[in-house]
Design a protein around this ligand. Structure first.
Ligand SMILES: NC(=O)c1ccc[n+]([C@@H]2O[C@H](COP(=O)([O-])OP(=O)(O)OC[C@H]3O[C@@H](n4cnc5c(N)ncnc54)[C@H](O)[C@@H]3O)[C@@H](O)[C@H]2O)c1
Ligand SMILES: N[C@H](C(=O)O)[C@H](O)COP(=O)(O)O
Length: 317
Protein backbone atom coordinates (compact mmCIF):
# COMPACT_ATOMS: atom_id res chain seq x y z
CA UNK A 1 0.00 0.00 0.00
CA UNK A 2 1.34 3.43 -0.94
CA UNK A 3 1.91 5.21 2.36
CA UNK A 4 3.66 8.23 0.92
CA UNK A 5 2.19 11.50 2.20
CA UNK A 6 0.93 14.44 0.24
CA UNK A 7 2.78 17.72 0.45
CA UNK A 8 0.95 20.99 0.98
CA UNK A 9 2.36 24.37 0.04
CA UNK A 10 1.40 26.97 2.61
CA UNK A 11 0.17 29.64 0.19
CA UNK A 12 0.08 33.27 1.28
CA UNK A 13 0.64 33.19 5.04
CA UNK A 14 -1.38 36.40 5.43
CA UNK A 15 -4.39 34.61 4.03
CA UNK A 16 -6.46 31.78 5.46
CA UNK A 17 -4.08 29.06 4.25
CA UNK A 18 -2.30 28.35 7.53
CA UNK A 19 -5.48 28.21 9.60
CA UNK A 20 -7.42 25.97 7.22
CA UNK A 21 -4.40 23.68 6.86
CA UNK A 22 -4.34 23.17 10.61
CA UNK A 23 -8.09 22.57 10.68
CA UNK A 24 -7.81 20.15 7.74
CA UNK A 25 -5.06 18.18 9.50
CA UNK A 26 -7.36 17.58 12.44
CA UNK A 27 -10.01 16.15 10.09
CA UNK A 28 -8.05 14.16 7.50
CA UNK A 29 -4.45 14.05 8.76
CA UNK A 30 -4.73 10.45 9.83
CA UNK A 31 -6.39 9.11 6.69
CA UNK A 32 -4.68 11.36 4.14
CA UNK A 33 -1.43 12.53 5.80
CA UNK A 34 0.28 15.57 4.36
CA UNK A 35 3.43 17.51 5.20
CA UNK A 36 2.92 21.26 5.37
CA UNK A 37 5.59 23.30 3.60
CA UNK A 38 5.83 26.65 5.32
CA UNK A 39 7.16 28.70 8.19
CA UNK A 40 5.92 27.38 11.56
CA UNK A 41 5.81 30.99 12.79
CA UNK A 42 2.88 31.54 10.43
CA UNK A 43 0.67 28.88 11.97
CA UNK A 44 -2.05 30.18 14.29
CA UNK A 45 -1.16 30.14 17.98
CA UNK A 46 -1.95 26.87 19.72
CA UNK A 47 -1.73 24.72 16.60
CA UNK A 48 0.04 21.43 17.39
CA UNK A 49 2.80 20.76 14.86
CA UNK A 50 6.14 19.00 14.63
CA UNK A 51 9.08 19.93 12.47
CA UNK A 52 10.29 17.07 10.26
CA UNK A 53 13.36 16.86 8.09
CA UNK A 54 11.86 14.59 5.46
CA UNK A 55 8.64 12.86 4.51
CA UNK A 56 9.41 9.56 6.17
CA UNK A 57 7.73 10.23 9.49
CA UNK A 58 4.40 11.95 8.99
CA UNK A 59 1.57 9.66 10.00
CA UNK A 60 -0.74 10.71 12.81
CA UNK A 61 0.03 12.97 15.75
CA UNK A 62 0.69 16.65 15.30
CA UNK A 63 0.78 18.20 11.82
CA UNK A 64 4.21 17.59 10.25
CA UNK A 65 5.95 20.73 8.99
CA UNK A 66 8.89 20.82 6.59
CA UNK A 67 10.19 24.37 7.12
CA UNK A 68 10.44 26.82 4.23
CA UNK A 69 12.29 30.07 4.87
CA UNK A 70 10.20 33.23 4.94
CA UNK A 71 11.53 36.74 5.45
CA UNK A 72 8.85 38.06 7.76
CA UNK A 73 6.11 37.12 10.19
CA UNK A 74 2.61 37.08 8.72
CA UNK A 75 0.01 39.72 9.50
CA UNK A 76 -3.49 38.35 8.90
CA UNK A 77 -5.14 40.02 5.96
CA UNK A 78 -2.10 42.13 5.11
CA UNK A 79 0.11 40.48 2.47
CA UNK A 80 3.79 41.29 2.89
CA UNK A 81 5.77 41.52 -0.36
CA UNK A 82 8.81 40.33 1.62
CA UNK A 83 7.13 36.92 1.94
CA UNK A 84 6.45 36.49 -1.77
CA UNK A 85 9.69 34.58 -2.37
CA UNK A 86 8.82 32.11 0.40
CA UNK A 87 5.34 31.52 -1.04
CA UNK A 88 6.84 30.69 -4.41
CA UNK A 89 9.57 28.52 -2.86
CA UNK A 90 6.99 26.43 -0.99
CA UNK A 91 5.29 25.60 -4.30
CA UNK A 92 8.59 24.85 -6.00
CA UNK A 93 9.69 22.63 -3.12
CA UNK A 94 6.38 20.80 -3.23
CA UNK A 95 6.77 20.06 -6.93
CA UNK A 96 10.33 18.87 -6.30
CA UNK A 97 9.14 16.43 -3.62
CA UNK A 98 6.37 15.07 -5.82
CA UNK A 99 8.59 14.74 -8.86
CA UNK A 100 11.24 12.94 -6.79
CA UNK A 101 8.61 10.36 -5.84
CA UNK A 102 8.84 11.17 -2.14
CA UNK A 103 5.34 12.66 -2.08
CA UNK A 104 2.11 11.26 -3.47
CA UNK A 105 0.80 14.58 -4.72
CA UNK A 106 0.73 18.32 -4.15
CA UNK A 107 -2.06 20.35 -2.56
CA UNK A 108 -1.58 24.10 -2.84
CA UNK A 109 -3.05 26.59 -0.41
CA UNK A 110 -4.18 29.89 -1.91
CA UNK A 111 -1.79 32.48 -3.19
CA UNK A 112 -2.49 36.10 -3.97
CA UNK A 113 -1.40 36.56 -7.54
CA UNK A 114 -0.93 40.32 -7.40
CA UNK A 115 1.04 40.08 -4.14
CA UNK A 116 3.48 37.62 -5.71
CA UNK A 117 3.93 39.84 -8.71
CA UNK A 118 4.55 42.87 -6.52
CA UNK A 119 6.82 41.09 -4.09
CA UNK A 120 8.82 38.81 -6.31
CA UNK A 121 8.06 39.69 -9.90
CA UNK A 122 6.16 36.41 -10.20
CA UNK A 123 5.78 36.00 -13.92
CA UNK A 124 2.80 33.65 -13.97
CA UNK A 125 -0.93 34.34 -13.69
CA UNK A 126 -1.28 31.68 -10.98
CA UNK A 127 -0.32 28.22 -9.78
CA UNK A 128 -1.63 26.50 -12.89
CA UNK A 129 0.71 28.25 -15.28
CA UNK A 130 3.65 28.09 -12.83
CA UNK A 131 3.20 24.35 -12.29
CA UNK A 132 3.15 23.74 -16.04
CA UNK A 133 6.41 25.66 -16.26
CA UNK A 134 8.02 23.67 -13.43
CA UNK A 135 6.80 20.41 -14.95
CA UNK A 136 7.98 21.39 -18.42
CA UNK A 137 4.63 20.75 -20.09
CA UNK A 138 3.09 23.00 -22.72
CA UNK A 139 -0.58 22.46 -22.01
CA UNK A 140 -2.41 21.89 -18.75
CA UNK A 141 -6.08 22.20 -17.95
CA UNK A 142 -7.79 23.75 -14.93
CA UNK A 143 -10.78 21.74 -13.74
CA UNK A 144 -13.04 22.72 -10.87
CA UNK A 145 -14.74 19.57 -9.63
CA UNK A 146 -17.50 18.83 -7.16
CA UNK A 147 -20.24 16.24 -6.73
CA UNK A 148 -22.70 18.51 -8.47
CA UNK A 149 -20.62 19.72 -11.37
CA UNK A 150 -17.24 19.60 -13.11
CA UNK A 151 -16.18 22.58 -15.20
CA UNK A 152 -13.16 23.40 -17.31
CA UNK A 153 -12.40 26.95 -18.53
CA UNK A 154 -10.61 26.77 -21.90
CA UNK A 155 -9.08 30.19 -21.33
CA UNK A 156 -8.10 31.05 -17.78
CA UNK A 157 -6.41 34.14 -16.37
CA UNK A 158 -6.64 36.53 -19.28
CA UNK A 159 -8.78 39.66 -19.77
CA UNK A 160 -12.25 38.96 -21.23
CA UNK A 161 -11.33 41.26 -24.13
CA UNK A 162 -8.60 38.75 -25.11
CA UNK A 163 -10.81 35.64 -24.95
CA UNK A 164 -12.07 35.58 -28.56
CA UNK A 165 -8.54 35.87 -29.94
CA UNK A 166 -7.22 33.22 -27.56
CA UNK A 167 -9.91 30.70 -28.47
CA UNK A 168 -8.04 28.80 -31.15
CA UNK A 169 -9.14 25.40 -32.51
CA UNK A 170 -5.92 23.89 -31.20
CA UNK A 171 -6.44 25.19 -27.64
CA UNK A 172 -10.04 23.99 -27.65
CA UNK A 173 -9.16 20.54 -29.03
CA UNK A 174 -6.23 20.07 -26.61
CA UNK A 175 -8.41 21.11 -23.66
CA UNK A 176 -11.19 18.73 -24.60
CA UNK A 177 -8.84 15.80 -25.18
CA UNK A 178 -6.95 16.35 -21.88
CA UNK A 179 -10.25 16.61 -20.01
CA UNK A 180 -11.68 13.52 -21.70
CA UNK A 181 -8.59 11.46 -20.84
CA UNK A 182 -8.59 12.63 -17.22
CA UNK A 183 -12.25 11.77 -16.74
CA UNK A 184 -11.42 8.22 -17.77
CA UNK A 185 -8.12 7.88 -15.90
CA UNK A 186 -8.66 9.91 -12.77
CA UNK A 187 -12.42 9.95 -12.34
CA UNK A 188 -13.22 6.42 -13.51
CA UNK A 189 -15.75 7.48 -16.13
CA UNK A 190 -15.51 4.93 -18.91
CA UNK A 191 -17.38 6.95 -21.53
CA UNK A 192 -17.24 10.64 -20.65
CA UNK A 193 -19.98 12.95 -21.86
CA UNK A 194 -18.88 16.53 -22.42
CA UNK A 195 -21.05 19.61 -22.86
CA UNK A 196 -19.32 22.46 -24.69
CA UNK A 197 -20.54 25.98 -24.07
CA UNK A 198 -20.77 28.59 -26.74
CA UNK A 199 -18.89 31.84 -26.34
CA UNK A 200 -21.65 34.25 -27.27
CA UNK A 201 -25.16 34.73 -25.93
CA UNK A 202 -27.42 31.92 -27.15
CA UNK A 203 -24.31 30.28 -28.61
CA UNK A 204 -24.24 32.95 -31.28
CA UNK A 205 -27.88 32.46 -32.38
CA UNK A 206 -26.86 31.03 -35.76
CA UNK A 207 -24.18 33.62 -36.20
CA UNK A 208 -26.38 36.63 -35.56
CA UNK A 209 -24.72 37.30 -32.16
CA UNK A 210 -21.11 36.50 -32.93
CA UNK A 211 -19.34 34.02 -35.15
CA UNK A 212 -16.94 32.10 -32.87
CA UNK A 213 -19.54 29.48 -31.96
CA UNK A 214 -20.22 28.61 -35.62
CA UNK A 215 -16.74 29.15 -37.04
CA UNK A 216 -14.38 28.02 -34.23
CA UNK A 217 -16.17 25.89 -31.66
CA UNK A 218 -18.63 23.88 -33.81
CA UNK A 219 -15.99 22.56 -36.26
CA UNK A 220 -13.81 21.31 -33.38
CA UNK A 221 -16.79 19.56 -31.83
CA UNK A 222 -17.67 17.96 -35.17
CA UNK A 223 -14.11 16.76 -35.68
CA UNK A 224 -13.85 15.26 -32.20
CA UNK A 225 -17.27 13.65 -32.43
CA UNK A 226 -16.15 12.00 -35.65
CA UNK A 227 -13.17 10.80 -33.62
CA UNK A 228 -15.53 9.07 -31.20
CA UNK A 229 -15.80 11.58 -28.34
CA UNK A 230 -19.25 12.14 -26.83
CA UNK A 231 -19.62 15.90 -27.15
CA UNK A 232 -22.57 18.24 -27.39
CA UNK A 233 -22.46 21.88 -28.34
CA UNK A 234 -21.80 24.65 -28.74
CA UNK A 235 -24.60 25.06 -26.19
CA UNK A 236 -26.10 28.28 -24.85
CA UNK A 237 -24.27 28.59 -21.53
CA UNK A 238 -27.25 30.02 -19.65
CA UNK A 239 -29.14 26.72 -19.86
CA UNK A 240 -26.27 24.33 -19.17
CA UNK A 241 -26.18 24.44 -15.39
CA UNK A 242 -29.63 23.77 -13.97
CA UNK A 243 -30.05 20.28 -12.54
CA UNK A 244 -31.65 18.50 -15.54
CA UNK A 245 -29.00 19.94 -17.85
CA UNK A 246 -26.16 18.90 -15.53
CA UNK A 247 -27.48 15.34 -15.50
CA UNK A 248 -26.73 15.04 -19.21
CA UNK A 249 -22.95 15.49 -18.99
CA UNK A 250 -19.87 14.63 -16.90
CA UNK A 251 -18.00 17.88 -17.42
CA UNK A 252 -18.74 21.26 -18.95
CA UNK A 253 -16.16 22.82 -21.23
CA UNK A 254 -16.49 26.58 -20.91
CA UNK A 255 -14.86 29.31 -22.94
CA UNK A 256 -13.57 31.58 -20.19
CA UNK A 257 -12.87 31.73 -16.46
CA UNK A 258 -16.10 33.11 -15.03
CA UNK A 259 -18.34 31.20 -17.45
CA UNK A 260 -17.00 28.10 -15.69
CA UNK A 261 -16.34 29.27 -12.15
CA UNK A 262 -19.52 31.21 -11.40
CA UNK A 263 -21.76 28.12 -11.65
CA UNK A 264 -19.51 25.80 -9.64
CA UNK A 265 -18.78 28.35 -6.93
CA UNK A 266 -22.49 29.06 -6.76
CA UNK A 267 -23.43 25.40 -6.50
CA UNK A 268 -20.51 23.98 -4.50
CA UNK A 269 -18.28 26.64 -2.97
CA UNK A 270 -17.55 24.56 0.15
CA UNK A 271 -16.75 21.34 -1.71
CA UNK A 272 -15.31 22.46 -5.01
CA UNK A 273 -11.76 21.37 -5.84
CA UNK A 274 -9.39 22.93 -8.33
CA UNK A 275 -7.42 20.12 -9.98
CA UNK A 276 -4.81 20.64 -12.67
CA UNK A 277 -5.04 18.10 -15.51
CA UNK A 278 -2.14 17.31 -17.80
CA UNK A 279 0.66 17.57 -15.24
CA UNK A 280 2.98 14.56 -14.69
CA UNK A 281 1.92 14.61 -11.04
CA UNK A 282 -1.22 15.15 -8.97
CA UNK A 283 -2.06 18.70 -7.93
CA UNK A 284 -5.21 20.00 -6.29
CA UNK A 285 -6.21 23.17 -4.53
CA UNK A 286 -9.26 24.55 -2.78
CA UNK A 287 -11.63 26.50 -5.02
CA UNK A 288 -11.17 29.69 -3.08
CA UNK A 289 -8.48 32.26 -2.51
CA UNK A 290 -6.63 33.92 0.31
CA UNK A 291 -9.79 35.43 1.87
CA UNK A 292 -7.91 38.32 3.47
CA UNK A 293 -11.21 39.72 4.77
CA UNK A 294 -11.58 36.86 7.23
CA UNK A 295 -7.97 35.76 7.70
CA UNK A 296 -6.95 35.30 11.31
CA UNK A 297 -10.49 35.37 12.63
CA UNK A 298 -10.84 31.62 12.98
CA UNK A 299 -13.99 31.51 10.83
CA UNK A 300 -12.52 30.23 7.55
CA UNK A 301 -14.00 26.89 6.52
CA UNK A 302 -11.53 24.08 5.70
CA UNK A 303 -14.11 22.12 3.70
CA UNK A 304 -12.82 22.88 0.20
CA UNK A 305 -9.23 22.23 1.29
CA UNK A 306 -10.31 18.94 2.85
CA UNK A 307 -12.01 17.98 -0.41
CA UNK A 308 -8.82 18.91 -2.28
CA UNK A 309 -6.74 16.75 0.05
CA UNK A 310 -9.05 13.78 -0.37
CA UNK A 311 -9.10 14.17 -4.15
CA UNK A 312 -5.30 14.38 -4.34
CA UNK A 313 -4.96 11.39 -2.03
CA UNK A 314 -7.27 9.27 -4.15
CA UNK A 315 -5.81 10.42 -7.47
CA UNK A 316 -2.30 9.74 -6.18
CA UNK A 317 -3.11 6.17 -5.26
N1 LIG B 1 -6.07 28.42 -5.75
C1 LIG B 1 -5.68 29.68 -5.50
O1 LIG B 1 -4.53 29.94 -5.17
C2 LIG B 1 -6.70 30.78 -5.62
C3 LIG B 1 -8.04 30.52 -5.88
C4 LIG B 1 -8.92 31.60 -6.00
C5 LIG B 1 -8.46 32.91 -5.82
N2 LIG B 1 -7.15 33.10 -5.54
C6 LIG B 1 -6.62 34.45 -5.28
O2 LIG B 1 -7.04 34.86 -3.96
C7 LIG B 1 -7.10 36.29 -3.92
C8 LIG B 1 -8.45 36.72 -3.36
O3 LIG B 1 -9.43 36.28 -4.25
P1 LIG B 1 -10.98 36.62 -4.06
O4 LIG B 1 -11.16 37.65 -2.99
O5 LIG B 1 -11.54 36.82 -5.41
O6 LIG B 1 -11.63 35.26 -3.59
P2 LIG B 1 -11.58 34.53 -2.20
O7 LIG B 1 -12.00 33.14 -2.46
O8 LIG B 1 -10.28 34.74 -1.51
O9 LIG B 1 -12.72 35.23 -1.29
C9 LIG B 1 -14.03 35.43 -1.81
C10 LIG B 1 -15.03 35.48 -0.64
O10 LIG B 1 -15.22 34.15 -0.15
C11 LIG B 1 -14.89 34.07 1.23
N3 LIG B 1 -14.15 32.82 1.46
C12 LIG B 1 -13.14 32.34 0.69
N4 LIG B 1 -12.67 31.18 1.20
C13 LIG B 1 -13.41 30.93 2.32
C14 LIG B 1 -13.39 29.88 3.29
N5 LIG B 1 -12.54 28.84 3.20
N6 LIG B 1 -14.27 29.96 4.33
C15 LIG B 1 -15.13 30.99 4.42
N7 LIG B 1 -15.21 32.01 3.53
C16 LIG B 1 -14.35 31.97 2.48
C17 LIG B 1 -14.00 35.28 1.50
O11 LIG B 1 -14.08 35.66 2.85
C18 LIG B 1 -14.53 36.32 0.54
O12 LIG B 1 -15.61 37.00 1.13
C19 LIG B 1 -6.86 36.76 -5.37
O13 LIG B 1 -5.50 37.09 -5.52
C20 LIG B 1 -7.13 35.52 -6.20
O14 LIG B 1 -6.44 35.48 -7.42
C21 LIG B 1 -6.26 32.08 -5.43
N1 LIG C 1 -9.06 30.56 -11.11
C1 LIG C 1 -9.10 29.83 -9.86
C2 LIG C 1 -10.20 30.22 -8.95
O1 LIG C 1 -10.74 31.32 -9.13
O2 LIG C 1 -10.48 29.44 -8.04
C3 LIG C 1 -7.83 30.07 -9.14
O3 LIG C 1 -7.45 31.43 -9.28
C4 LIG C 1 -6.82 29.10 -9.62
O4 LIG C 1 -5.62 29.64 -9.65
P1 LIG C 1 -4.34 28.75 -9.60
O5 LIG C 1 -3.90 28.69 -11.04
O6 LIG C 1 -3.44 29.51 -8.69
O7 LIG C 1 -4.71 27.39 -9.05
Amino acid sequence: MDKRPLVMSCGDPSGIGPEIAAKAWDVVGRDCPFVWLGDPRHLPGGVAYRVVQDLADCGGGAMPVLPVAFAAPARAGQPDPANAAGVIEAVRRGVELVQSGAARGLVTCPIHKAALKAGAGFGFPGHTEYLAHLAGVDRVVMMLASGALRVVPVTIHIPVSEVPGALTPTLLEDTIRITHAALIRDFGIAAPRLAVAGLNPHAGEDGTMGHEDRDVIAPVIARLRADGLDLRGPLPADTMFHAPARARYDAAICMYHDQALIPIKTLAFDEGVNVTLGLPFVRSSPDHGTAYDIAGQGVAKPDSLIAAIRMAWNMGA
